[in-house]
Structure formats: C-alpha cells, structure tokens
Design a protein around this ligand. Structure first.
Ligand code: AMP
Length: 423
C-alpha cells in the first residue's frame, strides 16, 4: 500500500508552511520592491546568520516575551547554547559590534525569524520580515527617515489603508521612572485587572498597556501617561520627529500606550496597522529607537533606530485592499514537437538564450496531448514543429489566448516574430 499522505511527519511542522508559486513569486516581488525603496535612501543589505549565541538574544531583555517564552534555543553538538533568531535587530546590532562599519551604518535585511507562538492566521512559527536598521546618529530626522521608508514602501505596494501609531518611551531614565510609577498605579488597581495582566504586571508592567482584553480597558485608559513623564530632552526629540513627519505629509496618531514587545526600545516607538485587516492580526510592522543596544553588545555606545515589517501580514493587507496581486504567467512560449523531441530541445535552448520564457512537452506524446499541455501552461504562444514544416525549415505559430488560428513562419524569422508578438 502507498504511504498515507496525511501522515503528520510528512507535513510542514505546525506554524510553518511551504510557499509555492504564485505566492513565492509574490513574496519575492515584495522583497525586491522593498530593496528598491530602501535603496533610494542608501541602505545596503546585510545577511546575518539565522542562529546566534543565546546571549545575543538575551540582551533583548528578560522581560521580552519572545525571549522568555518563544525562543527556539538548544545546545548544538559542540555543547554551545544557540538560538534561532526570533527577530533580526539583535543580530544586526551584533554584526555592527563585530565589524564596526563607519556610522552612519544604514542597512536592510529580509528573511525568516522563528518564534514558538500559538499558530493562527497571520501568525506563524517561521515568518519573514523585511526591515532596516540605522546606527549612528541620534537625530530625530533619522527616526523620521526610517518611518518614511516604511510608509513609502507600503505606498509602493499600493496600500492606502495603513495607519501609523507613534509614541515616545523617553530616555532610559524616563522609561525606568515611568515603569515604577506605572507599577505603583497598576498594583493599586490590581483588583480591577484580569488574571493575565496580573501575571504580566510581575514581569513587565509596560506590557500590561498592550492588553486588548475588555476587563483591563478601564484601568489602562486611566493609567499614567508616559508622555507626561518625558525629560525635556526626550520631549524635544519627540517633537522634532513629529514635525518631520508633518513636513513629509505622513499622518500618524500619538498613542501613549504603545510600548511594543521588545524591552530595548527608548524614545521613539511606532507601529503600522492595516485598517483593512481584523484587529487580531492588523499589526503589519513596527519599530523604534534602541540607543543602548550596541553598547550592550560590546560596541562603543551607538544610537540606533529601525523597523521590521511582517511579510505575511503585509501580503494579507494587500489581499484585503486588492493590490499587489500575484504574477500572471510563468512562460511565454510553449514548444510542441511531433518529430521526436530533438527540435524542441534545440528550439527551447535557442529561445531561452535570447531571454524568452519557454517550456516544452515531454515523453514524445501525441500532438493532441502536447497541445493540451500547451493550453494549460499559461503560455501566450505555441511553436509547433511537424515533419512537413521541419523539412521546409518552418514552424507553425499558434496564439493560445485567442482563436486566431495558426500561421507558418520560417525558422530564421522565429525569434523576431515571437519578440514582436510578445511585446
Ligand atoms: P515584532 O518583531 O514583534 O515587532 O513584529 C514586527 C512585525 O512582524 C509584526 O507587526 C507582524 O507583522 C510581524 N510578525 C511578528 N510576529 C509574527 C508571527 N509570529 N507571524 C507572522 N508575522 C509576525
């Protein structure tokens, strides 16, 4: 008996999937578009490894959920403790600390991350992100540049219903003081919080503000506002970010409860949401400043700002808005050969070398069977080689899209005619 296909061993593990064409082509096109957009601002690609020493990610902070609960970490055969990356900022900053490129170092990346999450629509255990990191200047205009790049990228995909939420967590001192104020406030209102938020309060009071549970809404709405706890310097930095975004005509909403999941953020934080998606997976990207991270990784103190955008979520947003559709065809020309296949071998090679996308039939099947495959191939034109035509140095050309019949052309003219017809 044949192996049972439904055997779970032979299915992609939970939270992962195979991305087949046309989705794979769309994913590739999205990454290409991203590279184009960030390339206009001089960002260059970095390709960090997919795993690092565990300590690199532990620098993200003990209270960071992706580190505490969701990391794929293990001991390798050499006894090293390593982890698959849950995100790429830590790896990029580690690379900065290791190679010390001259700041400003403006770099972009694309690739998978791994988090042991509860798999659901738009939430995977292996998922792709594209992102940028800019290390060096603390200039608020760099925050605005980074935000603007994400914004222009969404526009380039055709997305129109993207919202930008903006906040400042202040400098490290402001942030630490605010956390204590918030802890006191939340502890005083512990009776009114949900069980889940009480557990979060222990680990990281800031994250309680992220709760979307109805039971927490009232307490959160009346919580102390971080923007009232910023130093003059952090306030001025935030004002300059906002002015820059106004100048660039980028609309945003200031959301004082936006703290984001990663502990390393200071000053500017931001998140992009798609108004075309359900609230459960409407976060399509986010980022912020992480001025202390490079020093944590052993580099001279160097401020940094960046973002990561979820590729899958962004494509879901494109689906919801009906933009950035998939590719249309795989090939342009299909070669049908009823003379044994030698001509198909030669012609496909000739046409491919001149840049056309060409496929052919296999196994020396009948004309009728080959034409069926040609029709299904999505090609625009079929080149048909028969014994009579071959003897005369000719081939037949058939339009597979319309019903315009078939014409005979000299092999010597084939390339020119195909080019003309495919224009
Ligand atoms: P984060 O690195 O958590 O700030 O996430 C940045 C973006 O990556 C989010 O806004 C999502 O679009 C996307 N993302 C994060 N986690 C996942 C996941 N498990 N599956 C799919 N996309 C994700």
């Amino acid at each position: 008996m044949l192996a049972v296909v439904a055997d779970p061993i032979y299915r992609a593990p939970k939270g992962t999937r195979d991305i087949l064409w046309p989705d794979s082509a769309r994913r590739r096109a999205l990454i290409d578009r991203f590279a184009e957009v960030v390339g206009t601002a001089g960002y260059t690609e970095v390709v960090p490894p997919m795993f690092e020493h565990l300590e690199v990610f532990q620098r993200l902070g003990d209270a960071t959920e992706v580190v505490r609960k969701e990391m794929y970490d293990f001991e390798d055969k050499g006894g090293r403790r390593v982890a698959l990356r849950p995100e790429q900022t830590a790896s990029v900053v580690r690379a900065f600390a290791q190679h010390r490129p001259t700041p400003p170092w403006k770099t972009w990346y694309a690739g998978p991350n791994f988090r042991y999450e509860r798999a659901q629509k738009g939430r995977f255990r292996q998922f792709d992100q594209v992102g940028v990191e800019a290390l060096g200047p603390e200039d608020a205009h760099l925050d605005a540049e980074v935000i603007a790049l994400a914004w222009r990228f969404y526009q380039a995909l055709g997305l129109r219903q993207v919202g930008l939420q903006l906040n400042s967590l202040g400098g490290p001192g402001d942030r630490a003081r605010y956390i204590e104020t918030l802890r006191d406030y939340l502890t005083a209102h512990r009776e009114e919080l949900t069980e889940e938020s009480l557990a979060t309060l222990e680990a990281n009071p800031l994250r309680v503000l992220d709760s979307k549970r109805d039971g927490d809404a009232e307490v959160i709405a009346a919580a102390p506002n971080i923007l009232d706890h910023l130093s003059d310097e952090a306030s001025a930095h935030f004002d300059r970010v906002r002015e820059a975004l106004d100048t660039l005509d980028i609309t945003y909403t200031v959301v004082p409860s936006l703290v984001r999941g990663l502990d390393y953020y200071v000053r500017t934080t931001f998140e992009f949401t798609s108004e075309a998606l359900d609230a459960a997976q409407d976060a399509i990207g986010g980022g912020g400043r992480y001025d202390g991270l490079a020093a944590e990784m052993g580099a001279p103190a160097t401020p940094g700002v960046g973002f990561a955008l979820g590729v899958d979520r962004t494509l879901l947003a494109c689906d919801a808005e009906g933009v950035f559709g998939g590719p249309t065809g795989v090939i342009d020309v299909f070669v049908v050969d009823t003379t044994g296949g030698h001509e198909a071998l030669r012609l496909t090679d000739l046409l491919r070398r001149s840049g056309l996308r060409v496929d052919r039939a296999w196994d020396d099947r009948s004309m009728k069977a080959q034409m069926k495959v040609a029709d299904r191939s999505g090609a625009t034109l079929a080149v048909i080689v028969g014994t009579e035509e071959l003897d005369a140095g000719e081939v037949a050309l058939r339009d597979l899209r319309g019903d315009t019949g078939q014409e005979t052309i000299a092999v010597g003219n084939l390339l020119d005619v195909l080019r003309e017809r495919l224009r």
